[in-house]
Design a protein around this ligand. Structure first.
Ligand SMILES: [Zn+2]
Length: 189
């Protein structure tokens, strides 16, 4: 470890749940995100997998410390937060592919994706950013019942331990729990 004491802060994540790690006046030295159990960073030099954080350390803190060192050593350059925001991924108009680009097209992943997409249709959600990212990775979804869109996890949506999924997944400002239950058979069990 170097003696760097570069102070970093974590900005708001984009719709892929990538967190900008910021120094000074809104200068981004990299973006950090979790993929399955690993934490990865994207910098001016590309992508780098930091793997799993040590026990008791938060992944985002590990990533921020790594980026601070890289920046202090002159190995990465900073970018304006405004530019990161401008280049952030945006929802697509048309259909998304079956699998997220990081998901290998294995028979297991393909089968899982078909199940997940059937579930989205049944539960009145639409994927509008990318294909199935796996059960425990963030998935940007559009509600088909109201204008809400945001990040969800398929493992939370599908119902746990053989139980039906919770209507609570359409929450707050949606069309109301009773209407949601009436429209979605899985919620009526
Ligand atoms: Zn809704």
């Amino acid at each position: 470890m170097s003696a760097t004491t570069l102070k970093t802060r974590i900005g708001e994540p984009d719709i892929e749940c990538r967190y900008p790690v910021i120094i000074g006046e809104d200068r981004v030295i990299g973006q950090a995100y979790r993929w399955h159990r690993d934490w990865l960073v994207v910098t001016s030099e590309g992508e780098h997998n930091l793997r799993r954080p040590a026990h008791g350390t938060k992944g985002i803190d590990m990533a921020a410390a790594y980026l601070a060192e890289e920046y202090a050593a002159g190995r990465v350059t900073a970018v304006a937060l405004e530019q990161i925001r401008a280049e952030a991924p945006k929802p697509l108009d048309g259909p998304v592919p079956l699998l997220h680009p990081r998901m290998p097209a294995s028979p297991r992943n393909i089968a899982g994706a078909h199940v997940a997409f059937a579930g989205l249709t049944e539960h009145r959600w639409r994927a509008v950013l990318h294909g199935f990212p796996g059960s425990d990775n963030p998935w940007y979804l559009q509600c088909e019942l109201c204008p809400w869109s945001g990040v969800r996890y398929w493992s939370h949506h599908r119902g746990r331990n053989g139980n039906p999924p919770s209507a609570y997944r359409h929450e707050g400002g949606c069309i109301g729990e009773e209407k949601v239950r009436a429209l979605i058979p899985a919620y009526q069990k």
